[in-house]
Design a protein around this ligand. Sequence first.
Ligand code: AR6
Length: 177
Amino acid sequence: MEVWSVGDRSIHLEQGDITRLEVDAIVNAANSTLLGGGGVDGAIHRAAGPQLLEECRTLGGCPTGHAKITKGYRLPAKYVIHTVGPVWRGGAQGEADLLRACYLNSLELADAHDIQSIAFPAISTGAYGYPKEEAATVAIRAVVDRLPRSQTVKNVIFALYSESDYQLYKRLLSTYL
Ligand code: AR6
């Protein structure tokens, strides 16, 4: 675990399964149906239990770059913020702006729900094929830009599944902060 300060807020790095984190909210890298899938989405639905899918069915999907919130059910986290990252199509299809919007809109929802700690996976970098270093740069910039004016969020956790992703974020955060 590593920690960086941004004013009186902080950014943490954790390696491992995001579903285990005891935070107010975890972010799901969902698809636009919000009806589940593989990767981190599958893991979150398995850990939260079937009530999560029931609530997701009431939401009517979610456009790319937007975010919607549900309860966390059996997760240690109180909430799940579902956001839909862009599919990587070479980088000239607005992917960076859409990915940035995922982080900003998730943080905005967190503020609206009095969330103090929120954990993000590396959105779009699995099934959606976004190159890892480019995605990590977008993620870190969005959080570093937005965190100082967040109302309630005090701690942002980047939850990286692989050791190599953890090391990538560590290197990039050390150059930014
Ligand atoms: N905890 C943290 N990170 C995880 C976990 C976990 N339990 N499991 C996987 N990752 P992906 P995407 C990492 O494919 O690229 C789904 O089917 C993984 O190593 O989950 O945004 C959705 O329904 C990678 O770094 O999400 C969509 O259809 C990161 O999570 C589609 O995949 C994101 O990989 C979304 O694709």
